[in-house]
Write a protein of this length. Sequence first.
Length: 378
Amino acid sequence: MKIAMFYHSLVSDWNHRNAHFLRGIVSELLSRGHEVEVYEPANGWSLRNLLDEHGVEPIRRFTQSYGLSSNLYDPATLDLDEALDGADLAVVHEWNDHDLVKRIGAHRNGMKSYRLLFHDTHHRCVTDPEAIGAYDLRHYDGVLACGRVIRDIYLEKSWARKAWTWHEAADTRVFHPLCLAESEKAGQVVWIGNWGDEERTAELREFFIEPVRELKLKAQAYGVRYPEYALAALAEAAIDYRGWIANYHVPEVFARFRVTVHIPRRPYVDLLPGIPTIRPFEALACGIPLVCSRWEDVEGLFYPGRDYLVARSGREMKCHLEAVLHDPGLASDLASSGLRTILSRHTCSHRVEELLRIYNELEKEPNDREKGPHVRRP
């Protein structure tokens, strides 16, 4: 099967978590013998910022690590006939601009030779509904939504005729436990995440910075877009700030610490329950004990209390961190249970199976597509 994927970026994960999942999905599809082409704008903000801050070396190392590449294009000159020639399936991410989304839909309507899906992995359906509602999805077969609540919004607002829940997952080719001797440990707790556009400023202080400061833990923080006041708060708590890290190096960092925390952005807590975003999947896949600030697992993805601990206040976060750090049995049980859950249902292999089931479901529908020289691949 030939699959064309239009995303913001495959090669850059600077402030761009969607690249994590996309890399895993593309790797899994290729390993199964499918032909995959990824298209990303040549001047995308994530790639531009990565190059401005770190030069071309991260791109070289990404290519070396994954063996993947994308097709860089200028939106003004992108030839859709060429990009979609022979495609069986096209997937278009919601970080694409409205014009491209509309153009691909019109192309699908004219060609009728492939299935077309829109992929939403963000909270804009509730924080910026006008922008999402403005996407022209008339000629799309449906929407892949990263949580049930987003799927339901698309259907309730009639933005799409069909929608499926398609959660993110761990790329277990990259994210898996690494064993290090205790002497190689760098500290006790690590936070890997971006500051968050003021969407979790108070939460980062309550659930990470203050517990680390009060417990006098040895901690590190990784991520981008930290304003000066955030850097000052980290320094005051004696937290070692390390800046951007290539996502494929994250397992090495997790291996050097005894516990990590997950602090979701406020929209995913208050408005879109049930969406953990990708970091908990990756942390659990690496076998590191995880403590989360409040979020509701309304879809039953995990086993809270067994796979990870939930802190509903800063005080509870302190208690959980102390418990994990001083009870090796608890730490081991959490790590084992979390990893077991990931391997049983939340890998990119599982998500590819889901995607292929959706595609096959669409193929069984009454076919409104013109029969022509296009031959469907097995």
